[in-house]
Design a protein. Sequence first.
Lengths: 174, 551
Amino acid sequence: MKFTFWKALGFLLVLPLAAWAANPALAGRWRLDPKRSTALDGWTAWDLVVSLEGTRVDLRHDMQWRATKLTATNAVDTAKPTTVPDFFRVEQRHMALYPVRGALTPMRAEWLDSERTLRVEATPQIESSQGTGPMRIYQELRLIEGDQELLLIELHSTRGKPLVYRFTKVIGEK
Amino acid sequence: MNRFIIALVWVVFSSAGLRAAGTDAGPVKPAARASWVMNFDSDWLVAKGLPEKIMLLSLQGLANRAAPQIYVVHPKEFQWEITGPLFEFYQRKHGVVFTEVKTAEAALALFSHHAKGYVIWEPAVPATMNVAFTIAGLEDALVVTAEQVMQVEKFGLKRIDDLRGRYTGQTDAQIYRDAYARYWARCTHDSIMLMGGHVGAVRMPAMADWGVRQKMFFHDLSANPIHPEEVALGKKLFSEMTPLGTVFGWHSYGKDTEEQHTTLLSGYGLRMEGLHNLPNLSFNCQFTFTPGFRFTNNHQVALDAKLTAQQKVYISFVQSDSIGIGVWTKPGRGKLPFGWQVTVNWTKFSPAALEYFHESATKNDYFIGGLSGPGYMYPNHIPADKFELLMADARLLMATLDEHIMEIMDNSAADGNVGNADLTKETVDRYYKAFPDVIGFINGYGPARTRDLRDTRAMISYDYYIDPRRPREEVAADLNELIAINAKRPYFLLVHVRESNDVNSLVEITKQLDGPVEIVPIDAFLKLAASNKTYTTRYQDPADPKHFKGF
């Protein structure tokens, strides 16, 4: 009984600590290196801007398609699952797959590998020609040694091929 | 002297043709006719090769007024890849005996008598090129720079006008307002030449011969709302055109977008025929179909056939960038069933080109009508009172071309080839009413989500657009993802193939697809889609994002 109590207490103490243990090296602006990444489709540029505040991680996407610019932020919390409206997915824009307007997207995030990896899971609703349905998205944002490069690996429950994006830290731009 | 030589050559060739036609026991050969061909290079630099080409294009337009005399063959890398194959076609099917004209000097020696003089344009003021082309059509003038004056005066040509200095420091809106006041009333109002396209160091007005021949008003006015004065003048011109008229050429790459300009002209019930570098229309328009020729499409299903879809994925490929560009001449055509959107208006001004495409079609090549009507237009913006008149014309042209499918495209709210390419329900209603006898409709350029099924006629939008630059393994992964997400069977996956793809690479992609997949011709595809509606009915939602909200 005592053992179970202490174990539970320890678990409760450790979990929030892990959740709070954000890695500040992830914060900042990261710019896609298109030559070393899976080809974007319908986007010509992508900056990922990461902000950390406690257990909250804001993943802002500054996207560009020719002269068109778009900014969208997915906020996650490493301490608890969240539900976000208007989840933004860097989609392959020449596919007839669309976000469902107004749908809420469950999201979870967790620090892994001594806080060098942020795992993000999201399940947005996607509209296709046959209707709407969920797509499970699994992402790992891995800091590369030296903290000047970031690797984003993305898996879809509907796609057999991972999407692999490499980013370089941008200094001096917010 | 020159006229005498031309007449002599004409008589010799004509009589030779008559003899050939009279003595052959086999198929009747066409009577021989003499024409001349120039081989252009790829130098369209304003500071280098452009002035000579402009002079030659104005000469081509004038020389081809009464008879098809000058044809231009462009290098293989030119956007319109058919000039070479069509050159061969004219010789073989129309008995044209071409003599090569190797230099501008030689062209002037042969044809300068078709001009009454010359007009000088000023490269430092780009709009003067278009004003000069307008004058060329009205006054039978060659368009030259100051440096070319001596060259044309050698052939007895006199100065008709000189635009140097007239428009220095003026905006394009001011220049074209002046041109409007001076020339528009005398120009044809049936059509107009939007000579835009490339801007800056390179310009490519290869369609100018057609505008000169037809006495069109040339301009490159912007349809971008950030240029309100130009938009206002453009609207004025469009409003004064003959109803259902044609806008030839293409928008200026430096001022506005294809979406903005096509939206603007569609709002006046006009039709677009591009591009600005489509060559040889002044020549092509003078040939009809060869005797006995009749379009017969490679129908895989009859109009009244009923097909039943199986539990599988049906894929169909369509190329809609006008068949003269791109995939047609690339390797591998014929290996997959392919739908080709024909710009049906070519029946009127480039019938030989259409005959060439039909003649060289394989059993896997199938022609469909478009784009949106008798020419390129955005139907969400066509005024209601003009829609039926335009579509009546489209029906006639499609009947001539033995086409059973209408392709629709409305990118007025899209951002290039991504974004909102959907049709309003009102627009869909109009198409179903206007085309009671088609197999069905397809919609989009990039992907879209307008879908419907009424009686036996399905309307399906593209679920995928193949960007030619996208790695083939990613294309296969994209298609497989669509197949996974659209899990009901049958799934109807319509794919738009961008002009510069080649069919061989598509064959490789199809080998990497998951599940029970069948590639079918577009007519069978639409019939199958009518048999089992696993897709949703959807139209443009007013709440859908619009990149350009219109005028």
